[in-house]
Design a protein around this ligand. Structure first.
Ligand SMILES: [Zn+2]
Length: 54
């Protein structure tokens, strides 16, 4: 009983900046828990810009 990640069944998260769901990528395999944004661009705007706060 081992957990395997199958193609088409990858974990997903929703980017808080662009509000789009993004899928697990190989480059994140070691850091998936810490991945919040879908891309470097969103990461920057998520840290610097706070346009999405209520
Ligand atoms: Zn994004």
């Amino acid at each position: 009983m081992s957990k395997m990640i199958r193609k088409g069944d990858l974990p997903q998260k929703t980017c808080p900046v662009c509000r789009k769901p993004f899928t697990w990528r190989k480059k994140w395999e070691r850091d998936w828990e810490n991945v919040v944004y879908c891309s470097e661009r969103c990461r920057r705007s998520g840290k610097t810009g706070s346009a999405d706060k209520p």
